[in-house]
Design a binder for this molecule. Structure first.
Ligand code: TRP
Length: 335
């Protein structure tokens, strides 16, 4: 992170440590992070406090948190430059979330579609944390005077409420928070399910529908063998009429770096066998360095913990600046 005179725009992203990272996350958002790191001061957060809003097995949560942190680093992000850290290691997140709760209305939170959706799916556990999830997310973002937040469609509403809260506080007390903008990536591959290619690839669907980035080569081979195609027997990019084949092309293009049009020309008149084979091998090849680096990191917990500790301290120092400014402005007695 740079000092004030050379301030680069700040980018914030959080991923929940719930379940496995798959090609859809990796080929899209995570690959893009590598490019963004060149132009932005980035924070990549493992949002473990958010994960508490649904029930977890403690050992799983702990392991998945560690794994996600290692994956961020293994993907090539530089933890000396970008701040890669765990949310619960920086207490300012929970502190700011409390204050923001006092500037957020029940009505606003009740309108959040993710809350409505999650509370209807987990009827036995509609907890207050699920309800105030967006204020914790707003705290994540606002603590660091964030300029941009890469968001998919499902998180747009949460960024909107973050902006509303920031503007509300600013209107009351003068400039406290930078009001963040959504970052819409220019070109990200949209990776669909292998078994139902009309739907986005999702870790909550059946195992064969997604390729986890840590899947072993033989698992990846099996999954692509079972991937849905069609009976038109022509390699064409036509997501509407040939969603399965188009998805394979998109995956091959994203992992090999070759444009879809070139690929289609290369495979004109050939069957789907070759498309599947090339896609499989491109994915395995692409994931190889990531998996190797990941394995290396997981064997070196001392290094990994050092990185996380160091980065939590860097985050905390930045967060405290915002928190102090806010506390002063809203009338909390300062020592
Ligand atoms: N709510 C986000 C999701 O489920 C995760 C998240 C938490 C986040 N805090 C964030 C994303 C801050 C961006 C910025 O995907």
């Amino acid at each position: 992170m740079s000092d004030n005179n050379t301030r680069r725009p700040v980018l914030y992203s959080g991923i929940q440590p719930s379940g496995r990272i798959h090609l859809g996350n990796y080929a899209g958002p995570m690959q893009n992070f590598l490019l963004l790191e060149k132009d932005y001061d980035c924070l990549f957060c493992v949002v473990d406090l958010h994960a508490l809003t649904i029930r977890n097995t403690p050992a799983d949560l702990r392991r998945q948190t560690m794994e996600l942190a290692a994956l961020y680093i293994a993907s090539g992000l530089d933890p000396k430059q970008s701040i890669i850290y765990c949310q619960s290691h920086v207490p300012e997140h929970a502190e700011l979330a409390w204050v923001l709760n006092c500037y957020t209305y029940m009505g606003e939170l009740s309108r959040m579609t993710q809350f409505k959706d999650k509370s209807s799916r987990h009827k036995d556990n509609i907890n207050a944390g699920l309800f105030t999830y967006p204020t914790l997310m707003a705290a994540d973002i606002l603590l660091y005077q964030t300029d941009v937040v890469p968001v998919g469609a499902d998180q747009k509403q949460h960024l909107e409420i973050t902006r509303d809260i920031a503007e509300r506080v600013n209107a009351l007390y003068g400039d406290v928070f930078r009001v963040p903008e959504p970052y819409i990536p220019k070109t990200t591959a949209k990776i669909m399910s292998l078994t139902e290619p009309e739907r986005k690839m999702s870790k909550s669907d059946e195992e064969d529908s997604f390729v986890a980035v840590l899947d072993a080569p033989d698992v990846i081979r099996r999954k692509f063998k079972r991937a849905v195609t069609d009976s038109l027997a022509e390699v064409r990019y036509d997501p509407e009429n040939q969603p399965g084949v188009s998805n394979l092309l998109a995956i091959l293009s994203a992992t090999s770096g070759t444009g879809i049009e070139t690929l289609v020309n290369e495979m004109a008149g050939q069957g789907y066998g070759i498309l599947k084979e090339r896609t499989t091998e491109a994915v395995i090849e692409r994931l190889k360095p990531l998996q190797a680096e990941y394995a290396r990191l997981m064997k070196d917990k001392v290094y990994l913990n050092e990185v996380l500790k160091d980065n939590a301290q860097r985050a905390s120092a930045l967060a405290q600046r915002t928190l102090r400014k806010l506390y002063k402005k809203i009338g909390l007695y300062q020592l």
